[in-house]
Design a protein around this ligand. Structure first.
Ligand code: HEC
Length: 113
C-alpha cells in the first residue's frame, strides 16, 4: 500500500512539474509572434534588469522600458549571441530558443503589445 501511495505521489509530482514548465515555455520558449509586453519584458526582467536598471550597476544602459530595449535591440542581439560582442548575461548564454525569440521580435518590427 505504501508503494502505491509513493508511486501516486511521484506521478502527481511530475504532473505538477510538467504544468510549471509549460507556463515557463509560454513566456520564455519560442513563440512565433513575440511582443515586448508578453515576452521580451519578462525575459529582460528575469535576466538583465538586476544590473541594467537605474538602481543597478549598469545604470547607464537600463533595459527597463520598451523604448530602452528598442534603443539597445541590435546591441542586445549581438550580446546574446556572444560571438562578435561580449556575451550577456555574463554568467552564461541563454537557451537558444530565447535568443531566437528575441531576434524574431526584432525581425517582426519590435512590436510593443
Ligand atoms: C551581473 C550583471 C549583468 C547582467 C545580469 C547583465 N549584464 Fe549586460 N552588462 C553588464 C556590464 C558590467 C556591462 C559593461 C561591460 C561590457 O560591455 O561587457 C554590460 C553591458 C551590456 C550591454 C552594452 C551596453 C552599452 O552601453 O553599450 C548590453 C547591450 C547588455 N549588457 C545587455 C545585457 C542583456 C540583454 C542582459 C540580459 C540577457 C544583460 N546585459 C545582463 C552587466 C550585466
Amino acid at each position: 500500500m505504501k508503494t502505491v501511495k509513493f508511486i501516486l505521489l511521484i506521478a502527481l509530482g511530475s504532473f505538477v512539474m510538467s504544468c510549471e514548465s509549460d507556463t515557463y515555455a509560454d513566456v520564455f520558449g519560442y513563440v512565433e509572434n513575440p511582443t515586448y509586453k508578453a515576452n521580451i519584458k519578462p525575459l529582460m526582467s528575469a535576466q538583465c534588469v538586476s544590473c541594467h536598471s537605474t538602481n543597478g550597476t549598469e545604470s547607464s544602459s537600463p533595459l527597463e522600458t520598451y523604448q530602452e530595449v528598442v534603443d539597445y535591440a541590435e546591441s542586445i542581439s549581438c550580446r546574446l549571441d556572444g560571438n562578435s560582442c561580449a556575451l550577456m548575461p555574463q554568467s552564461g548564454k541563454l537557451p537558444q530558443v530565447q535568443i531566437d525569440m528575441f531576434n524574431a521580435w526584432i525581425a517582426q518590427g519590435l512590436i510593443e503589445e
